[in-house]
Design a protein around this ligand. Structure first.
Ligand SMILES: [Zn+2]
Length: 82
């Protein structure tokens, strides 16, 4: 099982436990299908990790290797049903 690191808590987890994000038009979007192109970042399905990334968007920019807006925590929580 492939392992990825969460951009929120920095913990390594199985890919299936994490949500893939990609940078679309300068903003992070959730890639439910796993088929959006571009460099992905991974995050836990957890409010703490979403809040952490919203506060420190530099982590996402590093993961995407390009500048990105911070995620909208409310939107992400709604999308992930948290
Ligand atoms: Zn996490």
């Amino acid at each position: 099982m492939p392992v990825r690191t969460c951009v929120g808590c920095n913990k390594k987890k199985e890919k299936s436990e994490l949500v893939r994000l990609v940078c679309a038009g300068g903003s992070p979007v959730i890639d439910d299908s796993g088929c959006l192109s571009g460099r992905g970042a991974y995050i836990c399905r957890s409010v703490e990790c979403i809040m952490s990334v919203a506060a420190k968007k530099g982590r996402l920019s590093r993961a995407f290797k390009k500048e990105t807006e911070a995620p909208d925590p409310d939107l992400f929580r709604k999308r992930l049903g948290l």
